[in-house]
Design a protein around this ligand. Sequence first.
Ligand code: S3P
Length: 185
Amino acid sequence: MRYLNSMTVTRPIRNLALIGFMGTGKSCVGRLAAETMHFTFLDTDHVIEARAGKSINDIFQQDGEPAFRDWERRIVEELTRRDKTVIATGGGLPVGERNLASLKTHALVVCLWASPETIWERVRAHDHRPLLNEGDPIAKIRELLAVREPYYRQADVLVNTEMRSLREVALQVLHQFHMAHATHR
Ligand code: S3P
């Protein structure tokens, strides 16, 4: 994966948005970054669960994936009004039409990257991700990554999370954000 430079970003930056596949550390890195900058932390999955009054698993099972993607679209629209917020997004959110473009109107978009094997090692102990609960999870991860990679690559910055602690990843993300923010606030 290529590393881009946030210095090439030429638009207002009020927020930081983390995109990337499940298990790449968006929520943990996002929390660390928010704490350090004294920004509000927001996780789109948690907002959806609170609004829907049920878990992501239940939304997928009872209402179907399209209903979940509708929730994501609505939350993304609301995010345009945010300021000083670190936003961790669900892994499939950037695929939604216009979601990435919308995030880019107010946030530096940073993609966290990891290999399918690393992703599986990180997510295998958890069962709250409906897309990985059936069949061959590694094959599913590869299949979804292949579809999503073109969207993830549209991030302003790509950060490889392999062989790095969450703290190191957070420091790298913060560095990129400060560079972009200082130039384009
Ligand atoms: C999804 C990722 C999940 C959650 C939902 C669907 C996806 O979020 O939004 O299970 O399509 O990749 P995380 O990336 O935070 O696990």
